[in-house]
Design a protein around this ligand. Sequence first.
Ligand SMILES: *Cc1c(COP(=O)(O)O)cnc(C)c1O
Length: 388
Amino acid sequence: MDIKEVYDKFVMDTYGRTGLCVESGSGSVAVGDDGVDYIDFGSGIATNSLGFCDSDWVYAVCEQTKALQHTSNYYYNVPCGLFAAKLCEITGYDKVFFGNSGAEANECALKLARKYSFDKYGRKDRGTVITLTNSFHGRTLSTLAATGQDTFHNYFYPFPPGFEYVKTNDIDELKSKINADTCAIMFEYIQGEGGVIPLTSEFVDAIFELAREHDLVTIADEVQTGVGRTGEFSAGTHYGKKADISTFAKGLGGGLPIGVCAAASGFSTVLTKGTHGSTFGGNPVVCAGGMSVLKKVSEPEFLRRVREKGQRITAALKEFGKVKSISGKGLMFGLELTGITAVEAMNQCAKQGLLVLTAKDKLRLLPPLNISDENIDKAIIILKNILN
Ligand SMILES: *Cc1c(COP(=O)(O)O)cnc(C)c1O
């Protein structure tokens, strides 16, 4: 059986694939159906935060599947409640809502912000959400509309209204776009899909000041940056900020689908019975796996190691001739290259046994948070072959 042929016949052709079929994995090493070992510097797009099949995560997930795999939200389930409590303890948020993806977490945040505004001002037209150019917030119609990139605003007309775009890091434009109909500002502290572009601290300060002044809800999309990726549990910590709402998803389930909208007090009771829901939200198996992720990632020593590994990789990359600039934090890197395109570099890496990603025209590296020093060294040798 040629799996590529099966996909070509039966799976909609929406992704550019590399050609590799991953059959299994262990730690930060993926095994292809070609029998080749690949060091994974992509983590399933920041999702396998503990690498492939971490033993504690496997144990938590497997044990939970033997007890209860799903109940629906008509009933309580223990793993979901404990996971919510742990997440609130770590992040300082008051309450969370559970969905299954980043887009769904952001949908919840948008609904919450608009209802906060409607409840308080009683106006249907005070619902505009400001987002940033070059952002990425998901693939549903609303989160596509929220995504501040023209290339995504195509084909699927009509897009939901109520979004205004502000040039990233442009404080004057932010000021000029806020008006009586604005209800929220949504942003990534470091734009992941947009090319690993950090917001300036001045711009983040301006977002929070203007939001306070105009009673706007701040929504931090931490779907990619959250759960330890940047060396802090939340990327907002680097800026000394906590938004009214943060969304988490990718790395939170250790590879199982989850999306969380976390709200601070004052916002956490806006969504009331019947105003929002998700059939699979709070699934006990996913929450049990997520709990094993949280237990590790919330340890200060674990986060210190993420920062240390990030610094070590950065120091090595800086020496390579084809690396023009490095952006990002912790174990989230965007490399601007010269003399080779990101796609060429990615393909050459795969040939030498290293999986990496691209973001716009940058090479993007997102290794598992618990990657060993030994595998980092092996990956650096491959990157040196290609980028030096
Ligand atoms: C990936 C991503 C999303 C969308 O998450 P899905 O799980 O694919 O819906 C939203 N926001 C950011 C910042 C992301 O990186």
